[in-house]
Design a protein around this ligand. Sequence first.
Ligand SMILES: Cc1cc2nc3c(=O)[nH]c(=O)nc-3n(C[C@H](O)[C@H](O)[C@H](O)COP(=O)(O)OP(=O)(O)OC[C@H]3O[C@@H](n4cnc5c(N)ncnc54)[C@H](O)[C@@H]3O)c2cc1C
Length: 392
Amino acid sequence: MTRSYDTIVIGGGLLGCATAWMIARDGGQVLLVERDQINQHASGSNAGSLHFQLEYRMIERGIEAARTAAEAMPLHLDAARLWSDLPGLCGQEIEVKQTGGLMIAEDAHQIDLLEKKTEIERSWGLDNQMIDRAEIDRLAPYLSDRVVAAAYCPTEGKADARTAGPALARAALQAGAEIETRTEVTGLSRQAGRWHVAVTSAAGATTVSAESVVIAAGVWTTRIGQMMGAHLPTIPLALMMTVTQRVPKLIPHLVQHAGGRLSLKQALDGNILIGGGWPARLIRAEDGEPNFGAKPELLASSLSGNADMAIRVLPELSRIPAIRSWVGTTTVTPDQLPLVGPVPGQPGAFVATGGSAFTLGPSFAQVLAALIAGRQPDTALTAFDPARYGRQ
Ligand SMILES: Cc1cc2nc3c(=O)[nH]c(=O)nc-3n(C[C@H](O)[C@H](O)[C@H](O)COP(=O)(O)OP(=O)(O)OC[C@H]3O[C@@H](n4cnc5c(N)ncnc54)[C@H](O)[C@@H]3O)c2cc1C
């Protein structure tokens, strides 16, 4: 007999786990299916930055692009609140520290960009302000003298990417969700008002059914969309990160740069994480399609470019050995705005993805859980509506 649920969540990254937990907490019968292990992909290999200011990738094309990206600010504001409440709400230990974030500038052009960006963010309600070098000396004396100004957002910070997803999976299980790992969704069809989801695991192939399905499949979102005939365009990005050995407390903030790809932060155990969006090389299959199952290749130019930039603004780093670099694959949307809401033309199907879905994962999950429960989400979704890309 076909097992049946209220909702099937496809994907066991941070987003899928948070969504399954929130649906189960609301009393829904939910099954989460994950092809590999919980948190095995982007959610477990990211930098853990909780960035609520617009990121460099959103401002590098100028202030008009920043204005568009700022339409996602309500989701950023929700995420800032949700992350700080998350450990208490889900009853799990999650390492979250919101001790402030600085986006730094080294020249007049970057200061101008930061000033305009900050004004836009403040108009959406983000607590963010420009600070000068004297204030930087007080707040962040570890930064090099080259840093002449910064935008300071007190709610920014970091969370431990290795443990946040698994903690939310435990919360989901405790709330009554079922989780099946090493179980791949291979087909989706809608019959008699229900979704029939074909899954394959070591136990064989079977079908489970549900009133609704949630696509929380990260970089695989477009492919899952294709299984149901939906057009959910995403762009894969392979990225790299580096971590140093443990050192005494040095950087209490999340540091980003207004003029290039850089993020810096120090984990609770003392390691400094260096990243910010430097590319790795996606592995492609013979037909040219990206192979998301294969680890991307580390690029020497990214390794040195990221290190140069990090040392330039934090000279102390030149004396701290790096111990590991790694790569992962994430996704952004063609217009950089999140893709969140009902899947067009597919009743009972919902999706969420987009860049920085670690930071925004709890906000996305809250929206999805509301839609599934038939509630109007608190956030207006028009700008994120997957239907903006049209049907296939
Ligand atoms: C190096 C790096 C650094 C980053 N730094 C940051 C950062 O500092 N801050 C930030 O906010 N974001 C960051 N990101 C982005 C962030 O990691 C992702 O946006 C986020 O983790 C996506 O979470 P997710 O749950 O949507 O997807 P994922 O974590 O990718 O999970 C999707 C899951 O779906 C599963 N799946 C796919 N297809 C199927 C199928 N057919 N059947 C069953 N399961 C399936 C996959 O196996 C996977 O586990 C970074 C990404 C990388 C790679």
